[in-house]
Design a protein around this ligand. Structure first.
Ligand SMILES: [Zn+2]
Length: 272
């Protein structure tokens, strides 16, 4: 397999921290509970990040995502950086029909627009159908753009084939009471990022936030919550730039998305 697989380096840091805390506790009479995290402190959510392909700085994005989320939620990350830096790849992870088993959520942050093989794509969507929940970020929406089948687009909850120029886009919250949008500011403006043009929203999809195109004046979904054959899929089309992944509002929204997709929103605090 081209690419590499690793556990997020931050886990090492975290492990050292926990080890240190435990050693200190041995001097006391009682073991202390693990430190409470702002959003979620329950059993660790097991997340697999699949990343790679064209046009973005996936090493940085993965680190920023993982370390940012771990500040506020108890999530363990495993990372597969695969497929090189082109627009077409087939990775052998998906040859195993049970590739997504054992994970509470799979995060798709990859960019392979010209991969079009229906049989390959269905190996991915079949594992999510009634199965493992997902987050889909930015170029995941243009991944498999070249294919004629709609399975991936139904999984995503949207169809998009192009994007507007980079700009600072205002984000309008459409469903403030949805768990993914808990605490999301009403006046957030993105760092420099691309606005994806959404052609179609699946009937199973709930649009949570929109931004207006500076070209045609239309509002396009930018954050949503899809139900794909009984499986939760949270999506956002933002996430082009390093600046966006360095933005606290963006990362905290993704953390809420992971908690919701994994079905842990009832254990979040405050309850989502
Ligand atoms: Zn991009």
């Amino acid at each position: 397999m081209r690419g590499f697989r690793y556990f997020l380096p931050l886990l090492l840091t975290l492990g050292l921290f926990v080890g240190f805390a435990t050693a200190q506790n041995k001097k006391g009479k009682k073991e202390k509970a693990p430190p409470k995290k702002e959003f979620y402190s329950g059993q660790p959510i097991k997340a697999l990040i699949i990343t790679g392909g064209c046009c973005h700085n996936y090493l940085y994005q993965t680190f920023a995502l993982g370390s940012g989320v771990q500040k506020v939620a108890n999530v363990d990350f495993e990372v597969m950086n695969v497929g090189g830096k082109g627009t077409e790849a087939q990775i052998d992870l998906y040859d195993d029909p049970e590739w997504a088993k054992g994970y509470d959520v799979v995060i798709h942050n990859e960019c392979f627009a010209n991969t079009a093989d229906p049989e390959y794509i269905r190996k991915i969507t079949d594992a999510h159908k009634g199965g493992t929940p997902a987050l889909v970020i930015h170029c995941a929406m243009h991944t498999y753009r070249a294919t004629e089948i709609d399975d991936w687009r139904q999984f995503l909850g949207v169809t998009s084939r192009k994007h507007d120029h980079q700009s600072n886009y205002e984000v309008k919250v459409e469903k403030a009471d949805h768990p993914v949008m808990a605490g999301f500011p009403k006046d957030w403006v993105t760092p420099m990022d691309e606005l994806y043009i959404i052609e179609k929203v699946e009937p199973t999809n709930t649009v949570l936030a929109t931004s207006v195109s500076e070209k045609d004046g239309k509002a396009h979904p930018v954050i949503w919550a899809n139900e794909f054959e009984g499986t939760r899929v949270m999506g956002t089309t933002y996430g082009h730039s390093d600046e966006t992944f360095g933005d606290e509002t963006f990362i905290r929204m993704l953390a809420r998305g992971i908690i919701w997709a994994a079905g842990k929103d009832g254990e979040a605090h405050p309850p989502q």
